[in-house]
Design a protein around this ligand. Sequence first.
Ligand SMILES: *Cc1c(COP(=O)(O)O)cnc(C)c1O
Length: 387
Amino acid sequence: MNTIKTNDKQYIASSYGRFDVLFEKGEGSLLFDENGKRYIDLGSGIAVNTFGVCDKVWQSAVAQQAGMLQHVSNLYYTAPQVKLAQMLCQKTGMKKVFFSNSGAEANECAIKCARKYSFDKYGEGRNVIITLKQSFHGRTITTLSATGQDTFHTVFGPFTDGFRYAEPNDFEDMKRLVDGKVCGIMIELIQGEGGINVLKPDYVKAVEALCRENDIMLIIDEVQTGNGRTGTLYCYMNYGISPDIVSTAKGLAGGLPMGATMMGERVENTITPGSHGSTFGGNPVCAAGACSILERIDDELMENVKRKSKYIIDTLSGAKGVKSITGMGFMLGVETEKPAREVVIKCIENGVVPLTAKNKVRLLPALNIPDNLLVEAVETLKRVIEE
Ligand SMILES: *Cc1c(COP(=O)(O)O)cnc(C)c1O
């Protein structure tokens, strides 16, 4: 084994079950390993490299800002952060944005925001957030608590109090959990890490109405589904709902760390000076990168994502060894007869890089993956699944 792999094992905390591949560089939807072998990327990191690797427009926006001002404290104004916040609000109708550096932090802010809204209006004790079983909301102690999977609630206790877990797509179960202590409902519209489980439109509409009736903040975790991933700028737009709080991260800055928590009119004044903060949040280089991404998520791009998504579904749904396909746009889960990890390892050997999500092969290609590369990658994937 080469020294990078052995030194990785020696010096890096072993939190990841890495696949046996060392990527050195890339271009668009192509990745190259240390031996120059070519791969077609169907994962974009994990939905991070929105326009692929080293996209020229993104690269120049980032390089230009890095050469001008890489950071000042949030005690001062900077142009890229303001431009990005304005773009997010104008494109969504949300009112204000708080910037952080990751999905977990974006969700922490969302949770704080829902609790403070309730505290300001109703006083202490109305602090419970309902989330869904099989959800994933992050790795901090509080977002682990929010994550509705028992496997995450074992060794790191004590966990943060005030979370209840509802069965997804079961409105009666959600209603049963709502009482005078609940201040927020936080959901992923497509559960990503949980296995690409799509929420039903009727269910989501009913949850929205339940929130309105009880003055409960509707929080949509769009860390993975956001930024064009599902064929609309944010996935909630597919459902015709108006969330109170939307968190996003992964694909927002096209490969740089950035989280954003968007607040609707009910909570736009909830965060006050001193009540929340972040040293790096809204960093000018990340913000410049994010502006260059958001500017290009337009109707034409979204139509192409939908068209290419349909191509993937049409091609794989008839294939031998495929049990089901779930998801929307470029966030798809393929349930296969073979174990998903086995399929991914075989694909990597054959120069294609998908991901897994629970028992599914997960596909999260760059939004601008060229047709010829997509066809080549899907043919390889299909062959691996079938053989
Ligand atoms: C990845 C993910 C997170 C956590 O994001 P980090 O940037 O790893 O903290 C939270 N919610 C969802 C839905 C995610 O997919």
